[in-house]
Every structure is written in structure tokens, then in C-alpha cells.
Design a protein around this ligand. Structure first.
Ligand code: ZN
Length: 275
């Protein structure tokens, strides 16, 4: 892989710099030369997404996606219906923000068979897809590492995400590939190729897997700090035709406790050296 030369495809998720408000993040990302921002719903909470979107674009940043919708499975019909309503709201918010994509962390109901959860995920996506199509928002199924199969995602592999995207078959549905969740999969290269061939590869999320990892959720590493061969996977993703942003998504209590301006500088350097 040829090294990345510039920051034109560098996007940062707001959760990566969680201590910052969205205004602070937009100003800092822009000053650092970052090109894109993926907005997490918590940063605008009770505010007007349209105004937040305009503010972010005012700093010259492209809004890449809204994180996140999903969590469709539920033991009760009322719970599943509430999830559908919440996903419609997320789609509305994405349209207001000017985010072209909503990332789906699809969910799982603890104690319920994964196969049933996957059926409920499919039903949920099909229920909200017309809403996404009307507003021209793309939905991206993000498979999560199997350590989250109990309560966060019954979709654990890119193969399962590809199956679902191909079965539902909409121009507004595809897949988000996160190296943290999928790096271990012996079938990854073939499934990336398949995803690209079906025109379903919508997003590329990056960070690293630390050894030992001390927390299943909040110990993600900066690119280069762990064992993931990110340039190899980027090569597969580009060979599959993906030309979108490289989205840095790091949940790390250690990093959140550090100086965010210095952390952002480290992200830039790590991006240029290890992606
Ligand atoms: Zn991700």
C-alpha cells in the first residue's frame, strides 16, 4: 500500500474527542486540517440538528455520517416498535444535519436466540427503509465483534452483514466496515470484495486493537498501537472500489482523560503513518 499523503479523507467521530462540545470539536478539527466529521447523536441532544449541521459545515468540514441508529431486537413488540420510531427520528435528524448516512449498530436482545434477533433486525430495517429512501439517507449495517453478540449486535461478521444487505437489496442500504470489529475474520478479504461488488461498502472505520485490551468497550487504540494491519485492510477496501472517508472512531477512557488537542495531533500523525 502506498502511504497516505494528506488529510483529505480523514474524518473523526465526535465520540473520539468526547470531552469536546460539537462546537469545540468542529473548530479544532478544522484548525488541524481534518476534512470530515461523523456526528454522534449525544452531541446535539436537545438542540436543532439543522443549526448544528450548518455550524459544522461553516468550519469547512463535511458531515460524513450520523452515529447511530439500530438496536432493533427486543423481547416485546412494544420495544421493537419503539426502536423503529427511534430509527425514524435518527433518519430525520440525519436529513436535518445534512449527514448522508446513518450507521446502524443493529442490536441483540440478551437471552434471545441470535437467529431471532437477526430476523428482528431485518424486520426493523425493512420497516424504516422507506423513511430513509424518502429522505435520501443511506443506512449502513455495522457488524460488531462477536464479544458484543449478547447485547449490541447479533450481526458479527461482514458475511452476515453482506447477506442481509443483499437480501433486502436497496440502494439506500449497505455496510459499514470497522477494522476493530472485523480484523480477525479469515474471510475478511473475500467478504470485502463481495461487499464492493454489490456496491454495498458505505463506510470505513479505523482504530486499533490493543494487547492486552483492558476494557471490552472503552480501550480502543490509536492506529499503530495494536495488532491490526490497517494498511492491508485499506488495500482490500480500495481494491473493492471504496473511495470514501477514513473515519477515526476511538472510545478510550485514557484518551478522553488526556489533552484533546494533543490527542488530535497524535491522531493525524498516526493516520499518516499507520493507515
Ligand atoms: Zn465503527
Amino acid at each position: 500500500m502506498t502511504a497516505i499523503q494528506d488529510l483529505s479523507k480523514l474524518c473523526v467521530h465526535t465520540i473520539t474527542t468526547k470531552p469536546w462540545s460539537v462546537e469545540e470539536a468542529a473548530e479544532a478539527y478544522s484548525a488541524a486540517g481534518v476534512s470530515g466529521m461523523t456526528v454522534w447523536r449525544d452531541v446535539y441532544a436537545d438542540r436543532d440538528p439543522q443549526a448544528v449541521g450548518a455550524m459544522v459545515r461553516g468550519y469547512g468540514l463535511q458531515i460524513v455520517a450520523l452515529c447511530r441508529g439500530g438496536f432493533f431486537p427486543h423481547a416485546t413488540a412494544a420495544g421493537r416498535q419503539e426502536a423503529i420510531e427511534d430509527n425514524k427520528r435518527a433518519i430525520d435528524e440525519a436529513a436535518q444535519l445534512g449527514a448522508p448516512q446513518v450507521v446502524l449498530v443493529c442490536g441483540a436482545a440478551p437471552g434471545q436466540a441470535l437467529e431471532l434477533s437477526r430476523r428482528q433486525i431485518r424486520d426493523g430495517i425493512e420497516a424504516v427503509l422507506p423513511h430513509a429512501e424518502q429522505r435520501d439517507i443511506q443506512l449502513a449495517i455495522e457488524p460488531l465483534h462477536p464479544m458484543y453478540a449478547d447485547d449490541r449486535s447479533a450481526i458479527s461478521t461482514l458475511g452476515q452483514a453482506n447477506d442481509m444487505a443483499e437480501e433486502i437489496d436497496s440502494a439506500h442500504l449497505g455496510v459499514a466496515l470497522d477494522v476493530y470489529h472485523l480484523w480477525w475474520d479469515p474471510d475478511l478479504e473475500a467478504q470485502i470484495e463481495r461487499c464492493g461488488a454489490a456496491d454495498n461498502l458505505l463506510a470505513f472505520h479505523i482504530c486499533d486493537w490493543k494487547t492486552p485490551t483492558t476494557d471490552l468497550l472503552f480501550d480502543r487504540g490509536l492506529m499503530g498501537e495494536g495488532c491490526i494491519d490497517i494498511p492491508l485492510i485499506r488495500g482490500w477496501v480500495e481494491a473493492a472500489g471504496f473511495q470514501g472517508f477514513h473515519e477515526v472512531e476511538i472510545f478510550s477512557t485514557v484518551r478522553w482523560d488526556s489533552d484533546q488537542t494533543e490527542f488530535l495531533e497524535e491522531i493525524k500523525q498516526a493516520y499518516l503513518q499507520h493507515v
